[in-house]
Design a protein around this ligand. Structure first.
Ligand code: ZN
Length: 483
């Protein structure tokens, strides 16, 4: 059974075959590090994390690259606003980006190249394009790509150059040969970061970075290139044009694009206050609620952020954890040991349930294989949760191994989604226990104030029996577990 991917380039669902059998080379456009990323940016980070996890789950080796754009107009503007250098801005928000990915449970990419560490390779790449006649240098040292010379321009959008031009807001620039030509290199302005190049000092254009770093780390033809639908044009069209012009080879085999987020029904906009940072949403609802929110919709459809939807997502995740907790406690209450499932030892109800478990795994994989349909796969998993909630209530001793298997299956199928991997109930028990001890200490302190020493000592003695030792230091009492 093969994985199928909807390829933006062909606008069809295609069987996935990496160029090298068993090894996937994958690139996803990363952030420009000038601010904390917002909840809309979290969608591609989470979705392509799931693509990567699922490919690994299905046995592929994955080499995953996600770049960091650490030189850009936005960074330069932000530096001026914060009164620090562009480099300090980039460092600050690169750090924040990594922290926030961790908060979202996104595994770090294998390579996270920074644009500023790849400048010599970019200069060389631009020189190749100049030599081949695909790029030209202006008097001031700007370098532009000659879009009309590249025949396939527009193939990712499925549009001609004229159609793209009609729809684009292209600034008129008399110095360019064609309004659609895009910058490969920007000549240095006073006070801005700059690097040497044969045609003059300056810095690379954004499109250039992705081509140079992805091909530099993964080779001239990538298997998967991902990003948001807003990047198809011009960013990814430009990546294709310059890469294929330079190498003469196909740049990417499968182009994937995720749909965008609306914020309470409108376009997300900082100036209108339609806006939340991802870190704030995680702090409020929890990481798995954010992941579930996105994964419960098909990745290619738009999705609408509302606080009600986030609260629903949190409840859905809690429903699964409640089941895991019930199973965990039932198994320890009944002292059930791990054992192989032997169908003939089960009750009839148990055998039916075993079939459901097997069907769940199979259908889950089928849905995920079909262009990473996480929404349908979660639907399959929640059907199991519903049935397991009924099953566990009156489970016969013979069928207890099925409860353990349910627990393990939910964990296993949750792992490529980055869901249901924690044991929150165990943590909660620990926290509750400490809170109850603190409560008893407060009561005991009041008793001592009222000189009711007999009762206060009884509390100390009972706690000691439970392995908890109290030490009175004047008015205050500290406690600890007996070693
Ligand atoms: Zn890119």
């Amino acid at each position: 059974m093969a994985i199928k991917i909807y390829n933006t380039l062909t606008q069809r669902l295609e069987e996935f075959e990496p160029r090298e059998p068993g090894h996937v080379r994958m690139y996803v456009c990363g952030p420009t590090v000038y601010d904390y990323f917002h909840i809309g940016n979290a969608r591609p980070f989470i979705f392509y994390d799931v693509v990567r996890r699922y490919l690994e789950y299905r046995g592929y080796r994955v080499s995953f690259v996600q770049n960091i754009t650490d030189v850009d107009d936005k960074i330069i503007h932000r530096a001026a606003a914060e009164g620090i250098s562009p480099q300090e801005v980039a460092e600050k928000y690169t750090q924040a980006y990594r922290e926030d990915l961790e908060k979202l449970g996104v595994l770090p990419a294998d390579y996270q190249p920074k644009a500023t560490e790849w400048i010599p390779q970019m200069v060389e790449f631009v020189q190749t394009l100049i030599d081949k006649g695909y790029a030209y240098v202006l008097e001031n040292g700007d370098v532009y790509f000659r879009v009309r010379k590249f025949e396939g321009y527009g193939k990712l959008s499925g549009k001609t150059l004229e159609e793209l031009e009609a729809g684009a807001r292209v600034e008129v620039d008399e110095r360019k040969e064609d309004p659609m030509d895009f910058a490969l290199w920007k000549s240095a302005k006073p006070g801005e970061p700059k690097w040497p190049a044969p045609w003059g000092e300056g810095r690379p254009g954004w499109h250039l970075e992705c081509s140079v770093m992805s091909m530099g780390l993964l080779g001239e033809t990538l298997d998967i290139h991902g990003g948001g639908q807003d990047l198809i044009f011009p960013h990814h069209e430009n990546e294709i044009a310059q890469s294929e012009a330079a190498t003469g080879k196909p740049f990417v085999r499968y182009w994937m694009h995720n749909g965008l987020l609306k914020f309470q029904g409108e376009k997300m906009s900082k100036s209108l206050g339609n806006f939340e940072y991802a870190r704030d949403v995680v702090a409020k609802y929890g990481r798995e609620a954010v992941r579930y929110f996105y994964l419960s919709k098909h990745y290619r459809t738009p999705i609408n952020f509302t606080h009600e939807a986030m609260a629903d997502a949190r409840r859905a995740v809690e429903r699964v954890y409640n089941l895991l907790e019930e199973i965990d406690q039932e198994l320890s209450r009944r002292n059930a040991h791990a054992q192989e499932i032997e169908p003939e030892a089960l009750t009839e109800r148990g055998r039916e349930f075993l079939e459901l478990l097997e069907r769940t795994r199979q259908e889950f994989l089928e849905q995920m294989d079909e262009d990473f349909n996480t929404a349908a796969a979660l639907g399959v998993l929640f059907e199991l949760v519903k049935e397991a909630n009924l099953f566990r209530r009156e489970v016969a001793d013979e069928d207890l191994p099925l409860l353990r298997k349910t627990f393990e299956l939910i964990r296993e199928l949750g792992s490529p989604l980055g869901l249901f991997q924690e044991t929150p109930w165990k943590r909660a028990e620990g926290e509750l226990q400490e809170q109850l001890i603190e409560l008893l200490l407060d009561v005991r302190k009041e008793l001592r104030k009222k000189r009711e020493f007999e009762l206060a000592d009884a509390i100390r003695a009972r706690l000691a029996e439970l392995g908890i030792e109290l030490k009175d230091k004047g008015e205050e009492t500290v406690w600890g577990y007996r070693a």
